[in-house]
Design a protein. Structure first.
Length: 772
């Protein structure tokens, strides 16, 4: 009996306690519940991109010009502007928009314009956030901000919520009301490229007539899709990718904050894989970072991103060094990358070997390429030297230039068929043609290393020298009497034709014009001065490659005026355009680089004059032809050529509308005009093979057409014709008979179908010679 009573009492007590605990738990506020240990660990391990999102302007890395603009507006009195931020995914557009918005409404901004973060109630964080970090809406800071994370900041993600007129208008109209509590109300449209044309027009009205203290921010990855009328009303800020060295420094800074010790090359490899944008870089670091492991190795990065490019590259280049066509083909077509990516890696490694191991200059081309060990590079170059009978790696320079000049000229390698043709030509060049490239520049040969016989590769191209000989016109008096050392008609022809070719073949314009005076650098000897002038485009080309630019072109003219020797240089460096929106913006950095070029030797500001083109295409085209014609200013103003329109002789300078320069003296012993990169003789010849010679308004004396930009239409025709011909040849290459004679006959029959006169090619625009 006592035991029964004891058991009943025990059951009663347990039930009472359980009921009380259940009531307590059910009545307890949800936000007050403590997470379990596992949840606490999960919550504390936010991504590096979130953990290190910039809270101050000083924490924004590598965007000095944008930060200077925005922080300067805050420092000058929290000035609000309608802003357009554009750049790639992960570049930091949204972070900068939020940072600027917080600074605009901060009650005590810091000296550099950053929001104070915690000193004022507007910037103070929520005191009791929910488990997912959302503001509670009840603490004093949340009440001040009306429950928002950022005071006065309203965000509309266009890709998620829709970019149609009705959706956007309803949201904007409701919020475009006078702001009375904060300095500003900010309406932020993220992913603005999704906005429809009608929605952009509606927002244009709001931007032009905003309510009192209302600002509009926009962020986009495709700025060309935002209506020009709207863009013109906004403060345009471009977020640029970090160059490889800066991206590596960025990663190293945050790796050190995480106390991670990095193997040499690991961060450079990661930087090369993540495109140079902060969020991508931090997400990449997060991906390879192993909690509890303080060491980051190259192998971890390779494994995390499933990289085999470098192993394939090294094996492929060893096959190139050996002249082994079978191995070359098997490796290249067994490579698990797209055709365009394979070519990109080949070009990057060629460039890296050229600068770092042949010219012995330190140039960082790509993080992935940087990870290739020196021993592998040495083995490859040793193989080339042995096959070509050379003593030193430096002697490979002529042969390497031929390989470099082979690749930049084709824009149609994106599919496997075109790749097949292009690779066959490259293998033919490497296996059989490099010997010729090395002759004449060979101070020493290995007597015991004869060159192996050239392999028989099916010929698939017709060579070209680019522009043909000048068209014959009736002679003019004195046309062939030209003073030596001065600009001639042949020089002018070369300048105008190459300037035209740059647009016909690549659809880009000269965007830099420079004037270099060696005497102002302290150089008075003519030969040394000419070498200094020639070094400028060479150095700029290397720098552009280091910035990530794939293409470069320059024309240089040597002259002498009253002040001495002068070099006039016009240059194309990559820049983003509506036609090429993903280009690296080398132009934005070029002027600062030029100001510092050999700066220790500059005696005054007249040593190097620099001018850059505007972004607008019409202005860019005008700059291109103004710069090219300026090179012709030293032409004798009385020198005449035949003009078909008037059926008589007229001054060439007047026909070209060239402004003559006076007080010119001769320059003896050197060509007056030189070209590099895309405009070099080998590059033009390679681009014109398969009877793709360019057309010339200058040669046809079509004076009124020279500066009109017809080349932009011709570019489309050249591209289509090249693709058609390369597909035809690639098909023939695949079906080629083992009978070399029959194969060559089939090829020649194919080539004979293509017109020798470039004006006779089919095209959709009307030429000055009639309908093409």
């Amino acid at each position: 009996m006592p035991f029964t009573v004891y058991r009943a009492c025990t059951i009663y007590i347990v039930c009472t306690l359980y009921t009380a605990y259940t009531i307590y738990v059910l009545k307890r506020p949800i936000q007050a519940l403590e997470p379990c240990a596992a949840e606490r660990v999960s919550m504390s391990e936010s991504t590096f991109a979130d953990k290190y999102r910039p809270e101050r302007f000083s924490e924004v890395f590598g965007q000095e010009s944008v930060v200077t603009c925005l922080s300067g507006l805050i420092q000058r009195g929290q000035i609000g502007r309608h802003v357009l931020l554009h750049g790639s995914v992960g570049s930091g557009k949204t972070s900068l928009a939020r940072l600027y918005a917080r600074a605009l409404n901060c009650e005590a901004p810091e000296q550099d314009g950053s929001p104070c973060c915690k000193r004022c109630i507007t910037c103070s964080p929520c005191e009791t956030p929910s488990a997912d970090g959302a503001p509670c809406g009840r603490c004093p800071p949340c009440k001040k901000r009306r429950g928002k994370t950022i005071a006065g900041f309203h965000e509309y993600n266009v890709s998620r919520r829709g970019g149609e007129l009705a959706q956007v208008r309803a949201w904007a109209a409701d919020l475009n009301q006078d702001e009375t509590e904060f300095n500003y109300r900010v309406l932020f449209f993220d992913e603005a490229q999704v906005l429809t044309r009608e929605a952009c027009d509606a927002l244009l009205d709001h931007v032009e007539r905003p309510a009192r203290r209302v600002l509009f921010f926009f962020a986009t990855t495709e700025v060309e899709r935002v209506r020009e009328a709207l863009r013109s009303r906004l403060f345009d800020l471009m977020i640029r990718p970090l160059p490889l060295p800066a991206a590596t420094t960025f990663l190293r800074f945050y790796a050190e904050k995480q106390r991670v010790d990095c193997e040499p090359g690991a961060l450079a490899l990661l930087a090369g894989l993540r495109k140079g944008y902060p969020r991508d870089l931090l997400l990449g670091l997060d991906r390879v970072y192993e909690r509890g492991n303080s060491r980051l190795t190259v192998r971890q990065v390779r494994d995390a991103f499933d990289i085999d490019q470098t192993e394939m590259l090294v094996a492929y280049f060893r096959a190139l060094a050996d002249g082994d066509l079978t191995q070359q083909t098997e490796l290249l077509f067994g490579w698990r990358e797209s055709a365009a990516d394979r070519i990109r890696w080949i070009k990057a490694f060629l460039i890296s070997l050229y600068y770092n191991n042949i010219q012995y200059r330190r140039v960082v081309v790509d993080g992935l390429i940087e990870a290739i060990p020196e021993s592998a590079r040495t083995t490859i170059l040793d193989g080339f030297c042995q096959r070509l009978g050379l003593a030193r790696h430096a002697e490979l320079e002529p042969a390497w230039r031929r390989m470099l000049e082979f690749w930049p000229v084709s824009a149609t390698e994106a599919d496997e068929t075109a790749l097949g043709l292009r690779v066959a030509l490259f293998h033919r060049l490497v296996n059989a043609g490099l010997t010729d490239a090395s002759e004449g520049d060979r101070p020493h040969r290995h007597a015991s290393a004869p060159n192996p016989p050239a392999r028989d590769v099916f010929p698939t191209v017709m060579a070209s020298s680019g522009f043909g000989p000048p068209v014959a016109f009736p002679p003019c008096p004195g046309a062939d009497v030209e003073a030596p050392g001065f600009v001639t008609v042949a020089d002018v022809r070369q300048i105008i034709n190459r300037a035209s070719f740059l647009i016909q073949e690549h659809r880009v314009f000269f965007n830099i014009a420079c004037e270099i005076r060696p005497v102002q650098f302290g150089v008075r000897d003519q030969d040394d001065g000419i070498a200094l002038i020639a070094a400028f485009p060479e150095d700029l080309a290397r720098q552009a490659a280091a910035w990530g630019g794939e293409h470069f072109a320059s024309l240089t003219l040597l002259e002498r005026d009253a002040l001495g020797l002068v070099g006039r240089v016009v240059v194309y460096v990559p820049r983003p355009t509506p036609f090429r929106p993903t280009e690296v913006d080398c132009l934005a950095r070029a002027e600062a680089w030029a100001r510092d070029w050999r700066g220790a030797e500059i005696e005054n500001d007249s040593a190097l004059l620099f001018e850059a083109a505007a972004a607008d295409e019409a202005a860019a085209l005008a700059f291109h032809w103004t710069s090219a014609r300026t090179l012709c200013g030293g032409l004798d103003p009385d020198l005449e050529v035949w003009d078909p329109a008037s059926a008589g002789c007229r001054p060439l300078g007047k026909m070209l509308k060239v402004k003559p320069r006076k007080s010119l003296g001769p320059v003896f012993g050197h060509p007056l005009v030189s070209a590099t990169g895309l405009l070099s003789d080998p590059a033009i010849a390679a681009a014109c093979r398969n009877r793709l010679e360019p057309i010339s308004a200058f040669d046809d004396r079509a004076w009124t057409r020279i500066v009109t930009g017809w080349e932009r239409e011709e570019f489309e025709e050249r591209s289509a014709t090249r693709e058609e011909r390369e597909r035809e040849l690639a098909d023939m290459w695949r079906k080629a008979s083992t009978d070399a004679t029959a194969s060559r006959a089939a090829l020649e029959a194919c080539l004979e179908q293509w017109p020798a006169d470039p004006r006779a090619r089919r095209r959709r625009w009307r030429g000055w010679w009639g309908r093409g």
